[in-house]
Design a protein around this ligand. Structure first.
Ligand code: SAM
Length: 359
């Protein structure tokens, strides 16, 4: 039995453990947590899950177009700093830096990409992906606890917020319950009124029905404060399994487990051996950003966001010069990002501005 399992067993002897605490241990136990392993298990080659970055370079190219407009809007600052918390392997930074000079050579010269991730496997993978950009001084790996002087630029994340421990709550028709792990297995237990239940109550548009519920992320305000504090002026852009609070409540709370590229709801099994994910309450994220001085929040599905910001006609024209197999990959990449049944609807993009109105 490893340290994580021992700790979990000791906690269960003392009583039920809220699902958010189980998720925190499963992902972030200092030695045996899923995101504390020395080797990363992401991507098609890894064991458990892939992200939009595994599908090709188009997300990075679309982000480059979006950030170039933000750079213009900010008055073309040099440097234009892009901080990516939860950056994992650094593939989004790599694709962004690769695409930026073609979008605008001056933008390509101004951009400075900061990779930040508290996962020990991330640094090694990112060094490999970002190698030439690190050497050229256009990218840098920043330590999790490194204080950053406020910068002009952007804060960018892909699937960061869904990796924060989250507590599922549900309304049983008369009272609130929270999900927990007991010695006998998972269970819904009566929960006392708290900040989460007050928020859910206020967000339900048509009144609550039995089974309504959503995950509550305790760490969200602290992380938003930290990130917002480092941005002097610019764009905040989060790509995630995000939903409005009302739609999340309708959907019902769940945590998802990714193991061997299969997904299910068995969050209490294989702790430390599988990835756990929760939907992200974008209504709450937007409210926290606003409280931290960011305004003009916009929320789009990933598909609509890509169509709004990527030069699709120019892309297609440029792809004519590529080898047929590469051209097909680009097409597949675009369909994956934009089709509702693929990532187009499952992911949402939340934008907010600091220091300037939304474009
Ligand atoms: C689901 S992975 C996504 C990785 C990458 N963005 C991608 O799309 O491939 C989430 C990553 O966020 C990291 N993480 C979680 N909380 C974090 C925080 N507060 N600051 C920085 N990284 C964090 C995890 O260790 C993990 O590597």
């Amino acid at each position: 039995m490893n340290g994580l399992a021992e700790q979990m067993q000791a906690m269960l002897v003392a009583g039920p453990v809220p699902a958010a605490e189980v998720m925190a241990l499963a992902l972030y136990h200092p030695r045996d947590g899923y995101y504390r392993r020395p080797e990363g298990r992401w991507g098609f080659q890894g064991a458990d899950y892939y992200t939009a970055l595994d599908l090709g370079p188009l997300l990075g190219e679309a982000v480059a177009c979006r950030l170039a407009r933000a750079w213009e809007r900010l008055g073309r600052p040099d440097p234009f700093v892009v901080l990516e918390p939860g950056a994992g392997r650094g593939w989004l930074g790599r694709d962004l830096l690769q695409a930026a000079p073609a979008v605008d050579p001056d933008f390509g010269r101004a951009i400075r990409y900061l990779h930040r991730d508290d996962n020990p496997a991330a640094a090694a993978a990112a060094r490999e992906a970002l190698g030439p950009h690190l050497d050229a001084g256009r990218a840098r790996l920043v330590a999790q606890d490194e204080p950053l002087a406020p910068f002009r630029g952007a804060i960018l994340s892909n699937e960061l917020f869904d990796a924060l421990p989250a507590q599922p709550w549900r309304w049983d028709g008369a009272a609130w319950q929270y999900e927990a792990l007991t010695a006998a297995g998972p269970a819904w237990l009566p929960g006392a009124p708290c900040a989460a239940t007050t928020w859910f109550q206020a967000q339900s548009e048509d009144g609550l029905e039995s089974g309504d519920g959503a995950p509550w992320c305790e760490a969200l305000p602290g992380l938003v404060q930290d990130l917002a504090g480092s941005l002097e002026a610019g764009l905040f852009l989060a790509i995630d399994y995000g939903e409005t609070a009302a739609r999340l409540l309708d959907k019902g709370a769940d945590l998802r487990r990714y193991r061997g590229h299969q997904v299910d709801g068995k969050w209490w099994e294989d702790l430390g051996e599988s990835d756990l994910t929760a939907d992200v309450d974008f209504t709450r994220l937007a409210a926290l950003l606003e409280a931290a001085g960011l305004a003009g929040t916009a929320l789009l599905t990933l598909g609509r966001w890509v169509r709004a910001h990527a030069p699709l006609a120019r892309w297609e024209e440029g792809w004519q010069e590529l080898a047929p197999s590469v051209r097909m990959q680009r097409m597949e990449n675009l369909l994956q990002l934009t089709l509702p049944t693929r990532m187009g609807d499952r992911f949402r993009v939340l934008e907010a501005w600091k220091g300037l109105p939304l474009i």
